[in-house]
Design a protein around this ligand. Structure first.
Ligand SMILES: [Zn+2]
Length: 240
């Protein structure tokens, strides 16, 4: 009886040791692999392992999602205006607007917005707001156009493709560069924004419309009527 009892106890001990061995060797693989005492393995890995796992999944997933969504974002343009991102408040790229639902009132345009609008502050109403070239390239158009007032178009290379950049609502007289002038460098001041609700902006509020059209053709449309047409345009915000 006593003999059998000892054998049973011995078996139980063997099973426990084997179980602990399996448990700790598995933990070691999940953990950093550094040799640690069983107690510290339990403390370090059993509780944090659950969070570690979710963290490591998040660490792997997040950059992947970001990099796939932003493979285009590796290239950065020079901001066309100070505090550019904070100014995108009313009309981002691709927004479909009509006079009925527009964030601007009154609204005379409708369709899908081909660019991004950078708003100005009330305190900037009567001050010069500089506009900068977002890339390096020469001007291909500089004129007063209905719906824009002053508009300037610059030809650039963006991620190995030729694009034309539309800067709308500029005070035309402030633009010193001429069409086919020597190259304008990214960051050079192109001019200043036109005064709101005057001929300088063709009656629009004081803001910058920035569009990036793919290819060399000059296309200054601020809106397109069908969504597929938007494919010819790039979202400037992605490059900021
Ligand atoms: Zn616009």
């Amino acid at each position: 009886m006593n003999k059998y009892f000892k054998i049973v106890i011995a078996l139980i001990i063997v099973v426990i040791i084997a179980g602990l061995y399996l448990l700790f060797t598995r933990k070691d693989k999940v953990d950093t692999g550094s040799p640690v005492s069983p107690i510290s393995v339990v403390q370090e890995s059993s509780t944090p392992t659950a969070t570690n796992d979710s963290n490591s999944v998040a660490e792997i997933k997040e950059p992947t999602a970001e990099s796939s969504a932003s493979s285009m974002q590796n290239y950065k343009i020079t901001p066309p205006i100070a505090d550019a991102l904070s100014r995108i408040a009313k009309k981002p790229f691709g927004i479909k607007i009509s006079p009925q639902n527009s964030p601007i009132s009154p609204e005379r345009f409708s369709g899908y917005h081909t660019g991004v609008d950078f708003e100005t502050l009330a305190t900037e109403k009567d001050t010069a707001v500089p506009v900068y070239a977002i890339c390096t390239g020469s001007l291909t158009l500089k004129k007063w156009v209905s719906g824009y007032g002053g508009v300037v178009v610059q030809k650039c290379q963006l991620e190995n493709q030729t694009v034309t950049v539309i800067y709308g609502h500029l005070k035309l007289e402030s633009v010193k560069a001429s069409v086919d002038d020597l190259e304008i460098s990214a960051g050079d001041q192109l001019g200043i924004l036109g005064q709101g609700y005057t001929a300088e902006t063709d009656g629009e509020r004081k803001h910058l419309h920035l569009g990036i059209h793919q290819g060399t053709a000059i296309n200054i449309r601020g809106y397109v009527q069908t969504q597929p047409e938007l494919d010819d345009w790039l979202d400037p915000q992605k490059y900021l």
